[in-house]
Design a protein around this ligand. Structure first.
Ligand code: RIB
Ligand code: CA
Length: 317
């Protein structure tokens, strides 16, 4: 079975994505690499350990880059909470004594690719692409052996969520995204265009709280409250987009998605449109190694997400 590394900046939706991935027997998650994004990389690493602890699992966690390639780190603590998990870690923290890999995230990625010539390697990228870009810069030839990169990022035919033109993961490190998209590695992008087609509501989470019996139920519900409050203040709706869990959904069920092959470029210099992902989706580019997800069968995905993460059948949420 292909080995998967999850590169992540947990982050509330990252946490739900990690629970989803590690609860699915069809995915062989080899390890986690952490990156600065929603919070600093130290916090991303501690949060990764907290999530694994909630699942009762131990996996190698390798700490990644603390800063984007060129720009100063801008976090999303306003949305994910100061601790990145909805300001709940005082309730769930245990990380004293947690151990991290001696290799950096980029070294861990390169090491697994080097050692896995038979089984193949997939990267699930849920944050800024700094670590992956670092690995490509260090050994582009070896990284070309990667079978698949599937990532959350970008906005093509919708507004961004940081600026009108940029989505957070790409905005934070546009140089890294440009390196990954032009690397020639088969890459699937899940932009806001498709991730904003799947959300969970406060009402659904209340049903989870009363009907689910998974051990991590309290954790998974508690971490979402802060972001739901932020969303409600901003939009009037208590909901949470499942940006990162949808990346795992694509890996598991690609047939639920419509994709378009495209040459994707990234604005790296402009202060006005930094992080903008640019592609002409009207003109599919068949020889591109990059494809963009533009549509998903949302209910089919949600049915599997709620079933896998919370043990709930359709009709229970
Ligand atoms: O724009 C949404 C993305 O940015 C998600 O991955 C979220 O976790 C943040 O990293
Ligand atoms: Ca993320």
């Amino acid at each position: 079975m292909m080995k998967t590394i999850i590169d992540t900046d947990p982050g509330i939706d990252d946490a739900l994505a990690i629970i989803y991935a590690l609860s699915h027997e069809d995915l062989s998650v080899h390890s986690i690499t952490t990156v600065a994004g929603n919070v600093d990389v130290e916090r991303s690493s501690q949060n990764s350990q907290i999530i694994l602890h909630q699942l009762g699992l131990t996996l190698p966690v390798s700490v990644g880059q603390s800063q984007p390639i060129c720009y100063e780190l801008q976090t999303a603590r306003h949305f994910h909470g100061q601790d990145g998990l909805g300001n709940t870690t005082s309730e769930f923290d245990f990380t004293a004594g947690a151990e991290y890999g001696i290799s950096s995230a980029a070294e861990s990625i390169l090491g697994l690719v080097h050692d896995s010539s038979d089984s193949g390697v997939r990267l699930i990228c849920l944050g800024p692409l700094t670590n992956v870009a670092q690995a490509i810069l260090e050994n582009p030839k070896l990284m070309k052996r990667i079978d698949q990169i599937v990532l959350m990022g970008g906005a093509f035919e919708c507004y961004g969520n940081v600026t009108p033109t940029a989505e957070f993961n790409i905005y934070v490190d546009p140089h890294a995204a440009e390196i990954v998209f032009s690397s020639g590695i088969p890459t699937t992008i899940l932009p806001l265009d498709v991730t904003q087609q799947v959300e969970i509501s406060a009402n659904q989470l209340e049903k989870v709280a009363t009907k689910s019996s998974v051990p991590w139920k309290q954790f998974a519900c508690s971490i979402t409250h802060h972001s739901m409050n932020v969303h409600q203040l901003k939009t009037g709706n208590r909901r949470l987009y499942l940006h990162d869990p949808l990346v795992v959904g694509y890996v598991l069920y690609p047939d639920l998605f419509k994709t378009i092959k495209a040459d994707v470029r990234v604005e790296t210099g402009s202060s006005l449109t930094r992080g903008m992902t640019v592609a002409d989706l009207r003109q599919p580019s068949d020889n591109s190694n990059v494809q963009v997800c533009v549509k998903v069968k949302s209910q089919s995905f949600l049915n599997d997400f709620f079933s896998t993460v919370f043990g709930l059948a359709q009709g229970d949420f």
